[in-house]
Structures are given as C-alpha cells and as structure tokens.
Design a protein around this ligand. Structure first.
Ligand code: 48F
Length: 255
C-alpha cells in the first residue's frame, strides 16, 4: 500500500473536527491540565459525564513536569498516598509520611487515566473569557488558539458550552480573575507566602463553587482564597481535583 498524504490529512482534520464539534456542548469543561485538572478530569470522566480539558500549552502536566526546581521528582504526603495508588504511580517512602515519585511517571499516568476515562483534550487552546447569561451562571467558555495571543493576532474567539467549569489554571487563577473583572461576586485575593503545611491543609476548604457553575481547584483555589503556597508537594493538588470532581458529580449525577 502506498501512503497518501491527502488521506493522512483528511483523517486528522475530519477526526479532530468531530471532536471539536462534540466539545461545543460538554458537561464539564476543565481549564488547565496540571495535576488538579487531570485528577478532576479522570474522576468526572469515570462517572460517564462528558469532560473536555482545555490546556493552553502543547502538552498537559502543568507544574508537575518540573518537580522541584527542575529536579523531576514530586513529594506526596500520607493523606494523598491513596491517590498515587489509585493511578498506579510508583513511589518510594522517604521518611515517615513523605513519599517521592517521578514527575514524568506521575504526569504520564494521570494523563493516561484521563484518556481511559474518555476525557477530550483541547491543547494549544487558551480560555480568554466566560459566557454568563441572564441566569447569572457560567454557561460556557470563550476560547482561542494559544498562538493567536502569542503572535498578537486580531482574531475573534469561539465558544464552548458547558454545564460546569473548573478553574484549574494554577497560581494565576485565570478563570476566577476573568469572572472577578466583570462580577463583584468573585474576589481573587492572590496567593500568600510559602507555607506548605497551611497551604496543603486548607486546600479542600478552598476548593469550592465561587460563582454559579464555576469551581476552583488546585493552586487556583488557594490563590482565590489568599491562602499560602506550598511548593513541590503535590498531594493537595490531587486531593483538590478529586474533591472538585465530587462536587460536580453530586450535582449532575446525584452521587
Ligand atoms: O500550574 P498547574 O500545574 O496547576 P495545579 O493543578 O498544580 C499546581 C502545581 O503544579 C504546583 C504547586 C503545587 O504543588 O504549587 O505549581 O493547580 O497547571 C495549570 C495549567 O493551566 C494551564 C497552564 O498552562 C497549566 O498547564 N493554563 C493556564 N491558563 C490557562 C491554561 C488558560 N487561560 N487556558 C487554558 N489553560
């Protein structure tokens, strides 16, 4: 069989266009493919809800790839060890209650689990605004290709409808800030100094619906609340993603 470039191109375009069309109406749109976004995506996908994860970079993984100062290792505390087990991420105990895993393996296994759970990934796409109708609830996201902003092109965005959105954009809490700019219902306090114990112990309390239809998870949740940062200990990110998923599953699936 002789390979035909036109068939290869058609296969790619047709299959991705179908995916993009299906993502114009999704149950849950997750913004950001770091550890909290990936964990939330998997848990939600497993409930049978349709889940789209939008990531502005070419690859998912967020801050996990870099571990601590580019040493590709992450630390997870006892409270979240069960999540490492759940995703099959191997780890070694370091000292009591502290476990070390490889960041490459962690990202790969979180991503693989999200794929298995049926999550659709839209990469190189940036969320630049949200849709809010008269019911004062998030009804969708406004998106554009990331290179449009990088090249400073003047190109109008498109929209993706959703029943719930999760802001998992990390330290910048991008979606929360977009909403805060246009609604006084949301205030983003910005993250505080590094204090791992406090930051990790408060993250579940800060993982919540900050605006109808918008849940904040991961470092974005702490940034909105004015909570401390925690550095390369990742248990809270995984637990927050799991908890964000449970809040939405309760509303949309009644469990
Ligand atoms: O930063 P990130 O990994 O967020 P996280 O899940 O985890 C934080 C940790 O990595 C670490 C930490 C705790 O251990 O302090 O920093 O809270 O991932 C956020 C992702 O969101 C993407 C960004 O490229 C990254 O991959 N992102 C940011 N803004 C946008 C976006 C946007 N406007 N549209 C789409 N994706």
């Amino acid at each position: 069989m002789e390979l035909d470039e036109r068939i290869i191109s058609r296969a790619i375009i047709e299959s991705e266009l179908k995916t993009l069309l299906s993502c114009t109406e999704t149950d849950v749109a997750i913004v950001g493919g770091g550890p909290s976004g990936l964990a939330a995506a998997t848990f939600l996908g497993e409930t049978g809800l349709s889940v789209t994860l939008i990531e502005k970079k070419l690859s998912v993984g967020g801050g996990m790839w870099g571990g601590g100062m580019m040493f590709p290792r992450i630390v997870v505390q006892e409270a979240a060890r069960r999540i490492l087990d759940r995703f099959g991420i191997r780890y070694r105990p370091y000292t009591e209650g502290y476990y070390v895993a490889g960041s490459v393996e962690a990202v790969a296994k979180l991503t693989s689990a999200a794929c298995e759970a049926g999550v659709e990934f839209l990469t190189s796409m940036t969320v630049e605004d949200v849709m809010v109708r008269s019911n004062s609830r998030i009804s969708g996201l406004v998106v554009n290709w990331s290179p449009v902003a990088m090249a400073d092109l003047s190109v109008d965005p498109l929209t993706l409808g959703c029943r719930y959105a999760i802001d998992a954009t990390g330290h910048d809490a991008v979606v929360a800030r977009l909403v805060a700019k246009k609604s006084d219902q949301v205030i983003v306090k910005g993250e505080g100094f590094m204090w791992a114990e406090k930051a990790e112990s408060m993250i579940i309390a800060h993982t919540r619906e900050i605006f109808p239809g918008l849940i904040v998870a991961g470092m974005a949740a702490n940034a909105v609340a004015g909570e401390h940062r925690m550095g390369p200990v990742f248990g809270g990110m995984l637990l927050s993603g799991e908890y964000a998923a449970s809040l939405i599953a309760k509303e949309l699936c009644g469990r």
